[in-house]
Design a protein. Structure first.
Length: 161
């Protein structure tokens, strides 16, 4: 067993057992034939670990007859899915606005930030949803939790300065 960076204990496997797990995660019950990163993520999510998961997943996809015949899905046809390797608590935050809501004490919006690893939530009721209030909120967040390695948002106009 190994405690990984996300503090989840995973069972270490090797040899044929690792290959069988990798194939099951790649093919999936719906015959998904997932790509390298998503296949590796499914292995992690299933509670398994071995040092060469990513390399082995890459080789499996490269040698998969069905995947090679199908070819790569063009970026135009696929939804963006970015697998994020989170190292430590408060390293990666997701932020977004909620609202507008009916005004309450002058506030019409809620700015929400969620730490990707711990799922810790910070929220603040705000009168506007502009870049100025985002900067003030983030400064408050950073002063309490440290500067993160990444902030993920939907790239709305709220963060544009």
């Amino acid at each position: 067993f190994r405690t990984c960076a996300d503090q989840i204990i995973r069972r270490c496997v090797a040899g044929q057992e690792a290959i069988d797990i990798l194939k099951a995660c790649h093919n999936g019950p719906t015959r998904g034939h997932y790509g390298t990163s998503y296949t590796a993520k499914k292995v992690f999510d299933s509670g398994f670990y071995w040092p060469s998961i990513y390399k082995d997943a890459f080789e499996l996809v490269k040698q998969c007859d069905s995947c090679q015949r199908q070819g790569k899905v063009s970026q135009r046809d696929e939804m963006p899915q970015n697998f994020i390797q989170i190292c430590e608590i408060f390293d990666v935050w997701g932020i977004d606005f909620m609202g507008p809501f009916p005004s309450s004490k002058g506030n019409k919006y809620i700015l929400v930030a969620v730490d990707y690893l711990s799922k810790w939530v910070e929220a603040k009721a705000l009168p506007t949803n502009d870049a100025r209030v985002v900067v003030k909120f983030l400064k408050s967040l950073f002063s309490r939790f440290g500067t993160p390695k990444a902030i993920i948002s939907d790239h709305g106009t709220h963060g544009k300065i």
